[in-house]
Design a binder for this molecule. Structure first.
Ligand SMILES: CC(C)(COP(=O)(O)OP(=O)(O)OC[C@H]1O[C@@H](n2cnc3c(N)ncnc32)[C@H](O)[C@@H]1OP(=O)(O)O)[C@@H](O)C(=O)NCCC(=O)NCCS
Length: 330
């Protein structure tokens, strides 16, 4: 009898750019204030990638370099690189290709996934399937966004929320019962009217008008997104725990997408998690879209123990959402 192959995270590394955009600086840019931002979102600062010609790959490359080094991985052994991002360096080629080229992963095939804030969960699950099928043994998943490239810094309803950052994980095949145990991913295209970037795709290619009308920036109708995020994430987290016979007491950490601290607190309450076991770093980074989950794992890596049950959950544009149950492998 052959044992089931599991896909285990065997390393994580993050990267955020040096420049810190504080609430105080935003107060000078739009009609907002530190108190509103902290109490309505939980955000105190976000990191911004500055400089001409600097795309999301810059952050992904730094994260991957650190990951390869700390896991002592030969870049030539990595067989697949998936990059989750809604802010690719260019429409094509994929940012994953650029990251792989710059980090020496010459034998990997590479592609991007665009699933907004759920991108990392979608990419992680897809990568796990490639490993569980026996097709590949070493895969790198990058989640990262340069949200500052699609944010309108005259729109106070979005510019206070988002930041730039990236994280990367190494996934390896193992026959030990650790790694990705279950995933429940969802999409509902009818939610697209509440959160989108109108122009720059094939429907509305860039013109002088699309630029003048500020259509290359994120549009969000916050309240319906807030409600859908709370119900969507609490629903999939509860379902994943139930179908694996787990209660919140069995879970070491809940790792939620970092879009709004009030959303995180409500989801935790609805799924019966005490906040001491919920990863929250939104105050430092804001919402880095596909970057939030790997940045959480990176920040908490030192506290994680082999065998810890962890639930990741996210919600984002599309709508897209989901939950992944994994057992920490080291
Ligand atoms: C965006 C979000 C923070 C707004 O918070 P909210 O409590 O819903 O606030 P509202 O949009 O209802 O606005 C309340 C008031 O604050 C004002 N406001 C909005 N942004 C503000 C800011 N940065 N500073 C000060 N006031 C602001 C609004 O204009 C509104 O004023 P009004 O009542 O006079 O019209 C919140 O809706 C949210 O987090 N949504 C979900 C985000 C998400 O999960 N996205 C998915 C993943 S990306």
């Amino acid at each position: 009898m052959t044992s089931k192959i599991h896909a285990a995270i065997t390393g994580v590394q993050g990267y955020v750019p040096d420049y810190i955009l504080t609430n105080a600086e935003l107060e000078k840019m739009v009609d907002t204030n530190d108190e509103w931002i902290r109490t309505r979102t939980g955000i105190e600062q976000r990191h911004i990638l500055k400089g001409e010609g600097q795309g999301t790959s810059v952050m992904g490359i730094e994260a991957v370099k650190g990951l390869l080094e700390k896991t002592d991985t030969d870049p030539g052994e990595v067989e697949l690189v998936i990059c989750a991002t809604v802010t690719p360096d260019m429409v094509f080629p994929d940012t994953a290709n650029i990251i792989a080229d710059e980090t020496g992963m010459k034998n990997a095939f590479c592609y991007d996934i665009h699933a907004a804030c759920s991108g990392f969960l979608y990419a992680l699950t897809t990568a796990a399937r490639f490993i569980e099928s026996g097709a590949h043994k070493k895969v790198i998943v990058v989640g990262g966004d340069k949200m500052s490239s699609i944010i309108d810094y005259t729109d106070r309803t979005t510019c206070v929320i988002f930041g730039d950052g990236a994280g990367a994980v190494l996934l390896e095949a193992t026959e030990e019962p650790v790694g990705i145990m279950d995933a429940l991913l969802k999409s509902d295209g009818s939610g697209r009217e509440y959160l989108y970037q109108k122009a720059g795709g094939s429907r509305y290619p860039a013109t002088a008008d699309t630029v003048a009308n500020r259509e290359h920036f994120v549009f969000q109708n916050g309240r319906p997104v807030f409600k859908a995020a709370v119900s969507g994430m609490s629903d999939v987290v509860t379902q994943v725990m139930q179908r694996n016979g787990l209660s919140a007491d069995d879970i070491a950490w809940l790792v939620p997408h970092q879009a709004n601290k009030r959303i995180i607190e409500t989801v935790a309450r609805m799924a019966n998690f005490p906040m001491e076991r919920v990863m929250v770093n939104i105050h430092r980074y804001g919402n880095t879209t596909a970057g939030t989950l790997p940045l959480c794992l990176w920040d908490w890596e030192g506290q994680l123990k082999k065998g810890d049950n962890i639930i990741l959950t996210a919600f984002g544009g599309g709508f897209t959402w989901g939950a992944v149950y994994l057992k920490w492998a080291y």
